[in-house]
Design a protein around this ligand. Structure first.
Ligand SMILES: Nc1ncnc2c1ncn2[C@@H]1O[C@H](COP(=O)(O)OP(=O)(O)OP(=O)(O)O)[C@@H](O)[C@H]1O
Length: 305
């Protein structure tokens, strides 16, 4: 679904620069730096406790950084800038016991919309999410997936200039994810930067223009999916007619998996790859030989272990 390369997105609107945050003895964020370019979907991943929520809270001014700075269009981010951002916090912002339309309308008003415009925007969004006949229902009466849709609608209500979404896709079924993604894509097309955290690597790989990986409060990788994959170890697949056990004794070859005439190997460099192919051909027919495009999850495991 990615539509543009990073090179097309030259404007960097949201800049997280050397942000450190300590809680007592714990350094939850250690010199974290990355940018969320104009119009880019930036996926923010990392294990439990890596520091994603803390980073988002600092961006939104809920927490202060111990040191470092967040900039918006090159200037230190202000509360006024933040009031124009859409934010979906980890703890979710809406009240379970209140009906959904008045809550979203109120949120729109808090962001500066007139009562009429806020109500209209809320109605349009909720209808778009298939909740047009549930406007008077209390949030808690909706299914979890629908509650999540309403929470996301809360971040979108007032034409946000940036979107900071803490696990917006958790709890959504695959159709709802696609529906939500196409809605968010309308914002990125208008140049809105979107930063979202997620534990769903397959989804991040499919949807994001760029990815930032945190491990124990430090950025361990950032870039487009292609850049991250290319920087990881490449594996090759070999399928031949005869047993490939000889691969175990060759310099520069690490056997990852071997099953008779089928093998997955890590090869030190291109010269080793050519030598392996030549030897395999010398020993008999080779049915398949080539690099394996590995999922992002493999690379993620490499950099976070
Ligand atoms: N208010 C706080 N006081 C003390 N420690 C905190 C506070 N907030 C976060 N932490 C700690 O900071 C670290 C980072 O937490 P954070 O919630 O940012 O991680 P996360 O990447 O969002 O994790 P998860 O994926 O589990 O939501 C954790 O060790 C957490 O316990």
């Amino acid at each position: 679904m990615r539509s543009r390369g990073l090179s097309d997105m030259l404007d960097v609107m949201l800049d997280i620069d050397s942000v450190t945050r300590r809680f007592g003895d714990l350094t939850a964020l250690d010199n974290v730096s990355f940018s969320v370019p104009d119009g880019a979907f930036t996926g923010f991943v990392g294990g439990n406790g890596a520091g994603k929520t803390t980073t988002m809270r600092i961006i939104m001014g809920v927490l202060a950084a111990s040191s470092g700075e967040v900039r918006w269009n090159g200037q230190p981010l202000t509360q006024c800038d933040r009031s124009e951002f859409g934010y979906m916090p980890e703890e979710r912002g809406l009240y379970p016991k209140q009906p959904i339309l008045p809550q979203l309308t109120y949120l729109g008003e808090l962001h500066g919309l007139s009562s009429r415009d806020a109500r209209r925007a809320a109605t349009v969004l909720l209808t778009r999410f298939g909740l047009g006949d549930r406007l008077k229902d209390k949030l808690e009466k909706l299914s979890l997936g629908n509650q999540q849709r309403v929470q996301i609608a809360g971040a979108l209500i007032a034409s946000p200039k940036a979107l900071i979404l803490d696990e917006p896709f958790s709890g959504l079924d695959p159709d709802a994810v696609d529906e939500m993604f196409s809605l968010l894509a309308e914002f990125t097309k208008r140049g809105v930067p979107v930063l979202f955290s997620s534990h769903q690597l397959d989804l991040v790989e499919r949807l994001c223009d760029q990815i930032v990986i945190l491990r124990k409060g430090e950025v361990v990788a950032k870039g487009s999916v292609e850049q991250l994959r290319d920087s990881g170890e490449t594996h090759h697949r070999i399928v031949a007619r005869d047993d490939l056990g000889w691969l175990r004794d060759r310099t520069g070859v690490t056997v990852i998996d071997l099953d008779g005439p089928r093998a997955e190997v890590a090869l030190a460099d291109e010269a080793v790859a050519q030598a392996v192919l030549a030897e395999a051909l010398g020993r008999g027919p080779v049915h398949d030989f080539g690099p394996i495009v590995r999922p992002l999850s493999d690379y993620y495991r490499e950099v976070t272990r």
